[in-house]
Design a protein around this ligand. Structure first.
Ligand code: HEC
Length: 220
């Protein structure tokens, strides 16, 4: 290899470097992306209220109304998110979270063999609180806001249709699915399903104490 060839190689190498750097500079100029003033992903989902008379605190449609148009099939797809931590089969295992078989109207923090957080135990009011449709809706909206200190590390489902669909699906995880709440009824009253099927209804209380169970029961 004489010095001429070495020069050619060196020259070629330097030339390549020059071109690569130039392209870098030019494309930096062309595709310059100034930092946005606001981050693009700051989503604060606040659904506008649609004349919702029933729930003054939460500016959202009552779950009873939403469930009337909900799809358990669509909810099954959403439940996949929950399945990272929950099983839904009868007698299914507790995973990161408790098994959710028959969760609708189940007493809060009552699944055998699961060590609930003290936040969830407080919320259960010693077993009096149940997973009414309303409670489920509020909890799934934003678990940590609704149950202070809960160990459920899930951000929540901001879309009301998603919640209605997944709750419609949860309702099917039962040998004896609870009646749907009556659309248009006051949110809390409608959350209490019929006790008629259970003999021991002295033990079960309406979650909010707002309405006696039997008159509120839909005729099904
Ligand atoms: C990252 C894991 C995780 C995900 C995802 C998750 N959960 Fe949970 N969930 C938990 C844990 C942990 C608890 C127990 C909370 C406590 O003790 O505070 C829990 C508790 C619950 C309870 C109360 C159960 C009881 O027996 O009182 C319900 C209802 C529930 N989850 C529903 C859902 C639904 C519906 C979804 C999907 C939309 C979901 N969770 C997604 C971890 C999760």
């Amino acid at each position: 290899m004489d010095s001429n060839e070495v020069n050619k190689l060196l020259g070629g190498f330097l030339g390549t470097c020059f071109i690569v750097f130039s392209i870098g500079l030019v494309s930096d100029g062309l595709f310059a992306s100034p930092a946005p003033e606001k981050p693009g992903f700051a989503i604060e989902a606040q659904e506008p209220t649609e004349g919702g008379a029933a729930a003054p605190a939460a500016a959202e449609k009552p779950i009873a109304d939403l469930l009337a148009g909900a799809s358990a099939d669509a909810g099954a797809a959403i439940f996949k998110k929950c399945q990272a931590c929950h099983s839904g089969e009868k007698g299914g295992p507790n995973k990161v979270g408790p098994d959710l078989w028959d969760i609708v109207d189940r007493p809060v923090a009552a699944h055998e063999g699961f060590a609930y957080s003290s936040g969830m135990k407080d919320f259960s009011k010693g077993g009096q609180e149940h997973w009414t449709y309303d409670n489920l809706d509020h909890f799934i909206t934003s678990p940590k806001k609704f149950v202070k200190g809960t160990a459920m590390g899930f951000a929540g489902l901001p879309k009301e249709e998603d919640r209605a669909n997944v709750i419609a699906y949860l309702r099917t995880l039962s040998d004896n699915p609870k009646p749907l709440p009556q659309p248009g009824a006051a949110a809390d009253a409608s959350a209490k399903p019929a006790e008629a099927a259970k003999p021991a209804d002295g033990a079960a209380k309406p979650a909010e104490g707002t309405a006696p169970a039997k008159p509120a029961a839909p005729a099904q």
